[in-house]
Design a binder for this molecule. Structure first.
Ligand code: MN
Length: 202
């Protein structure tokens, strides 16, 4: 049984960039639904119940036919959102530093160029999905995934992810995804990205 993780800060801690209303709906309803549906799917095949969420995300292709899609959608939703809360912080306007900043500059030219490329890609992502900064064979790269697919399934380490499903921004930003994306940069938890970068590089 997987449990819905608590938000690591108050519902209104990311305001004014991400509203309390969004956080309440997104965590208490959407993330809870992914959690419940993941548990429901696993209960059908108890041999899968002991696996870690990372094992499920990496290995859903080998899951039984009748739960494979549920694991992909709801396991992905469970995991991606568990990461997403940690990848944001009430400590606003952080910037990458040190070894991470060096890697960003090596791969994208500069922090500003990285923000622009990531934001452009997030804006172009059609329908529902996620935009990611990943570590792929030791190098930083951008990646877009549809629905609740996760870079981990393709052997890439997610360092930073942005949820661009409408449920992530519509109550505050309506159809203006670019406004949501530019506001979101204020709450990115670069300390968390640095920790993921250090762990993934080892
Ligand atoms: Mn979401």
């Amino acid at each position: 049984m997987f449990e819905l993780p608590e938000l690591p800060y108050a519902y209104d801690a990311l305001e004014p960039y991400i509203s309390r209303q969004i956080q309440e709906l997104h965590h208490d309803r959407h993330h809870k639904a992914y959690t419940d549906n993941l548990n429901k799917a696993l209960s059908v095949h108890p041999e899968w119940e002991g696996k870690s969420i990372e094992e499920i995300i990496r290995g859903y292709a080998s899951a039984p036919d009748d739960i494979r899609t549920a694991l992909r959608n709801h396991g992905g939703g469970y995991y991606n959102h568990s990461l997403f809360w940690l990848m944001m912080s009430p400590k606003k306007d952080q910037r990458p530093e040190g070894s991470l900043l060096d890697a960003v500059e090596a791969s994208f030219g500069s922090y500003d160029a990285f923000v622009k490329q990531f934001s452009d890609s997030a804006g172009k992502l059609f329908g529902s999905g996620w935009e990611w900064l990943v570590l792929d064979n030791g190098k930083l790269a951008l990646m877009s995934t549809a629905n609740q697919d996760c870079p981990l399934t393709q052997g890439k380490a997610p360092l930073l992810g942005l949820d661009v499903w409408e449920h992530a921004y519509y109550p505050q930003y309506y159809n203006k995804r670019p406004d949501y994306v530019s506001a979101w940069w204020h709450v990115v938890n670069w300390e968390d990205v640095q920790e993921r970068f250090d762990r993934a590089g080892k």
